[in-house]
Design a protein around this ligand. Structure first.
Ligand code: B12
Ligand code: SF4
Length: 445
């Protein structure tokens, strides 16, 4: 072959918190690459192994190897880069995804080039031109490198450091649907079925989030909210159903923000009889939207309530009041939708009293699932910048751990015990079905 190989370097860990979805970034880029006539292979490592990847990559003889990375996949991405150098020494190594976007210089030590941000157009155009020119890493300077949005190549004659792009809605409307043909859908569906009885898969409907939470990092979609045309979304949903999935896990940062668009989505998806879940901001939740969501198949919403202390919410720049969070949980439950809530405990500046307020809030609300995490200072977030140098010795690859990766005044053993106690108390509560009609408190002014 030749052409491009895209590697998603996540290998199944079987951690209890593990959630498996085919990687949409690879599917998105594969559709754009194939649309330009570029031969493309996708290697999703979720159900694979390093040995198999070695054989697959060698057989592909790809001229360009593109590797996705994010904070939890750093080690794997670098191991894949090393492997590719060894077995395909002549091929061009390119990194992309959230962490290369934040730290292009660090990735450029291991890769020939880095694409920052939304690479839907720039990376496929670059690959097409590179292959057409029969370029190599030494000669790619012949290409119009300044013209590929987000490209970062530090030492190529004159360094290339193009700003990342955010595609406007008009451009998104012209994009092909993600190409999901390369994934082991049967394996994904089996894992979900065994765990939950359902077979969901992820999709992206809107891009971006206008808020600026202190702990959040949004290196790819940023603050600029864009909506995909619903015709394209519905066409994608049809493809997803044809692949055997029975429900949708909407991966948007803030799917419920635009009430008119949300309601349109609900009206159009309702006749399909699919179940779906999404993340929702807790402010501005409207009972009429919630009822439509329920009627259209929404089973569960995930709310980032974060804290039971207003002072801590302020430290987090959450732009949310505790009362709004309470109201959101009640509105969704009253509509018959299950509610899961995320909380962060041990935020820098917190006291044991504010942490206890969070445990008390979690236990007081009509919730169906709760989770507690200590702050994970994500590269690209303000929290990360403020904390300066996190402890490099800590293992950042572990998901959802109550372990501080920076010095904290909070006693970790105490926190872990209180989280365990709160989780046990939550599990022992009598559980009301979501339809049981929670009573609404008045909307906060
Ligand atoms: C879905 C999702 C998940 C799913 C992943 C499923 C899967 N197989 O993809 C699940 C729920 C498992 C998950 C878990 C976690 N996630 Co997550 N996740 C997301 C989410 C919401 C959407 C990702 C997505 O599908 N995007 C849509 C596609 C089209 O975009 P994309 O992947 O970014 O691809 C584009 C570019 O990045 C680029 N690109 C992608 N690949 C490549 C490859 C090459 C070669 C090139 C050039 C370009 C390129 O081009 C694409 C098109 O523009 C993002 C938030 C977001 N809005 O991006 C967070 C996000 C990626 N997750 C994040 C985090 C922190 C985690 C966890 C560590 C959380 C935790 N504490 O447990 C875990 C880690 C788990 C793990 N497996 O390693 C962070 C990463 C931050 C960072 N700086 O690295 C994000 C950005 C959310 C956030 N703001 O905190 N996540
Ligand atoms: S945590 Fe959610 S609401 Fe806050 S900035 Fe990130 S995506 Fe937006």
């Amino acid at each position: 072959m030749a052409g491009v190989a895209l590697v998603f370097p996540y290998f199944r860990t079987r951690a209890p918190t593990e959630m498996l979805f085919p990687p949409l970034g690879a599917a998105t880029l594969a559709a754009q690459l194939r649309g330009r006539g570029v031969e493309t292979r996708v290697f999703d490592c979720t159900f694979s192994s390093m040995e198999r990847l070695r054989a697959d990559l060698a057989a592909s003889a790809a001229e360009i190897v593109g590797v996705y990375s994010m904070v939890s996949l750093t080690r794997n991405a670098l191991a894949v880069a090393q492997l590719a150098r060894e077995i395909l020494p002549g091929s061009l190594l390119v990194a992309g995804g959230p962490l290369p976007t934040v730290f292009p210089g660090r990735y450029a030590r291991h890769f020939d080039a880095v694409f920052r941000g939304e690479a839907d157009l720039s990376f496929p155009r670059f690959c097409r031109d590179y292959l057409a020119e029969r370029a190599t890493s030494a000669t790619m300077g012949r290409l119009p490198l300044d013209g590929y949005g987000g490209l970062f190549v530090p030492d190529h004659g004159s360094p290339v450091d193009n700003p990342a792009v955010h595609h406007p809605e008009s451009e998104l409307a012209t994009f092909p649907l993600p190409d999901r043909r390369d994934f082991d859908h049967a394996a994904y569906q089996r894992v979900w079925r065994e765990k939950t009885g359902f077979q969901p898969t992820s999709l992206i409907v809107t891009l971006g989030c206008p808020y600026g939470c202190d702990f959040c990092s949004k290196p790819i979609f940023g603050n600029d909210v864009r909506r995909r045309p619903l015709d394209a979304v519905l066409e994608e949903v049809d493809q997803i159903r044809a692949l055997g999935y029975d429900s949708l896990w909407i991966a948007d940062d803030t799917f419920t923000l635009d009430a008119a668009y949300l309601q349109d989505f609900c009206r159009r998806i309702a006749p399909l009889g699919l179940g779906w879940t999404c993340l929702s901001r807790a402010n501005g939740v409207q009972p009429d939207s919630a009822s439509l969501m329920k009627a259209s198949g929404c089973k569960r919403v995930y709310l980032g309530l974060e804290s039971g202390s207003q002072e801590t919410l302020r430290l987090m720049n959450k732009q949310l009041t505790v009362a709004q969070g309470v109201r959101a949980a009640e509105v969704y439950r009253a509509a018959g939708i299950e509610v899961a809530a995320f909380f962060i405990v041990g935020y820098p500046g917190e006291t044991t009293a504010t942490i206890e307020a969070t445990f008390a809030l979690a236990l007081s609300l009509p919730l169906d699932e709760i989770s507690f995490n200590v702050p994970m200072p994500l590269p690209g977030s303000r929290l990360f910048e403020r904390l300066g140098s996190p402890d490099e010795g800590k293992d950042w690859t572990r998901e959802n751990e109550i372990t501080f990766v920076y010095p904290s005044d909070i006693d970790e053993a105490w926190l872990r015990r209180r989280v365990d106690e709160t989780m046990a108390e939550f599990a022992a509560r009598p559980r009301r079905p979501a339809d049981a009609g929670a009573r609404l408190t008045p909307a906060p002014g």
